[in-house]
Design a binder for this molecule. Structure first.
Ligand code: PA5
Length: 475
């Protein structure tokens, strides 16, 4: 795709917040007065993010990923080419921020049944992201791949995550038993110096590795080698993805709410949170965008769910992300969104033009309930249902807004990711919390170490043993 200024404009994603306003929602909506009253806070949040962009010590290195990776991108492209030549399967071993992005980009930009396509119709090897330690899943993955024809991309910043390292132990053992050199079948994406994968790489005699920079946390890492290598292996245009992110960065330069889409939506969400809207539903009307909700759920939940402000005061903030899919979940969750508690903001992800239209043929002429569909397209139907659901929620006084991608491609996905990352950073600044740490996740990781006997965790093990279930409460 050759990006002209005109094409950039055509492919620009937009945020329509009509249905958040009191003009359309009545007293349940946000008034201009309230929005204006938050302009100062929004400006401060914008200034905080702008002043600290790129600072590794604050975990804000992600802001620069669209600009500072030209050499890395060339290395990734060369490595991906090599992987495509040598392997029939590419398996990502990782969890959380190391897995959600690759899954999302795969689903968004590849054929929805990619692995079922014949080799001639795929741009790369079959692709799997293993982000759990369900023993059945591991065994059944091994049933469908040929380990001798598989490249494993082990993604872990720390190299100490039990789930990922368990998977590594299993596949490296199998490779050895098959008489293969482990080094030839793995690529590491990890910290530059620290971390166990660096040590393992040395022991194996130097594994091909990519660096996850110090200032880039897992959930902000999709535009780093964490996401770019798997995407490149799949034939996704990673340069265009980065250009999309850079374009959104440009669109968000202003501290004026009306000229900065990420700042606007962060402010609307902040106002809604303060008014008790503790649930944020993300509802893409596109199967390709389905896993954007999973990726976003981690970004929003892990970043904003905090119990202390930057000033050290106790707080319990955040908004629970809920994943929904249009139109599928109209037939399961929308009843609750329309008539249940007033505790939600629904964000629709809409698509201007789907890559397929799928015409609906005429038929069943004697049954008007069915025949009216003939002559339309499935694209018209999904768009109508999207519009109709937004209308129904608005009539019921429910806060909702729409982020529209003119089409789903690398450029628009890059914009969307950067938009959500900036929105999260702005919202965290408004809440005055540390957006980029995750102490709540660390606590669970440490308890797992203790339960499985990791040296150094003996006292925590004793504490956990004492907290064993009480028979009196087991029915
Ligand atoms: O967002 C995060 O930081 C987490 O989800 C991590 O990505 C996840 O816990 C995996 O950590 P690591 O990359 O160290 O294996």
């Amino acid at each position: 795709m050759r990006l002209t200024d005109e094409l950039r404009k055509q492919l620009r994603i937009t945020v329509d917040y009509t249905n958040m306003t009191d003009k359309y929602l009545g007293e349940k909506g946000i008034s201009k007065r309230v929005l204006d009253a938050h302009k100062k806070l929004a400006k401060q949040a914008h200034a905080y993010v702008s002043e600290n962009r790129g600072k590794d010590e604050l975990f804000m290195g992600w802001t620069e990923l669209p600009y500072n990776q030209s050499e890395i991108v060339e290395d990734i492209l060369a490595t991906a080419k090599d992987v495509r030549k040598k392997f029939d399967y590419f398996v990502v071993l990782g969890i959380g921020g190391s897995a959600l992005g690759p899954t999302m980009a795969f689903n968004a930009l590849c054929h929805l049944h990619y692995n079922d396509l014949p080799k001639s119709k795929r741009k790369g090897p079959k692709f799997y992201v293993e982000d759990n330690v369900d023993p059945v899943r591991m065994k059944e993955l091994l049933d469908v791949i040929d380990i001798e024809k598989t490249c494993f991309n082990v993604i872990s910043k720390s190299g100490a995550t039990s789930e990922t390292m368990t998977q590594y132990l299993i596949v490296s053992d199998l490779l050895k038993k098959a008489g293969r050199n482990v080094k030839d079948h793995v690529i590491f994406t990890t910290d530059a110096q620290r971390g166990n994968l660096v040590k393992i790489s040395k022991e194996l005699g130097g594994v091909k590795s990519f660096v996850l920079g110090d200032g880039v946390g897992g959930r902000f890492s999709e535009l780093s080698p964490v996401g770019l290598l798997p995407a490149a292996v799949l034939g996704i245009d990673i340069k265009l993805l980065l250009k999309g992110a850079a374009y959104m960065d440009k669109l968000c330069k202003s501290s004026d709410l009306n000229r900065n889409p990420a700042l606007l939506s962060a402010t609307l969400q902040y106002i809604a949170m303060k008014d008790g809207k503790n649930i944020g539903v993300l509802m893409p009307y596109s199967d390709n965008l389905r896993y954007v909700s999973d990726w976003y759920a981690q970004l929003w939940a892990e970043s904003l769910g905090k119990n202390v402000t930057l000033g050290g005061e106790a707080c319990n903030v955040g908004q629970t992300p809920v994943k929904a899919l249009g139109v599928t979940d109209q037939h399961s969750q929308v009843q609750l969104y329309t008539e249940g508690p007033f505790d939600k903001v629904v964000t629709f992800l809409s698509v201007g033009s789907y890559k397929e239209k799928s015409p609906i043929p005429h038929g069943c002429e004697s049954i008007p309930d069915v025949s009216f569909l003939g002559g339309h397209t499935m694209e018209e139907l999904i768009r109508a249902e999207n519009k109709a659901t937004a209308y129904a929620l608005t009539k019921a006084g429910r806060l909702n807004y729409t982020v529209c991608l003119p089409e789903v491609n690398e450029f628009t996905l890059g914009q969307l990711l950067y938009y959500f990352e900036l929105q999260t950073a702005y919202a965290g600044a408004m809440l005055n919390i540390n957006t980029f740490n995750q102490p709540g996740v660390e606590a669970g990781k440490k308890a797992t170490f203790a339960l499985l006997g990791k040296p150094g965790y003996e006292s925590q093990r004793a504490e956990l043993d004492k907290a064993a279930p009480d028979e009196a409460y087991i029915v």
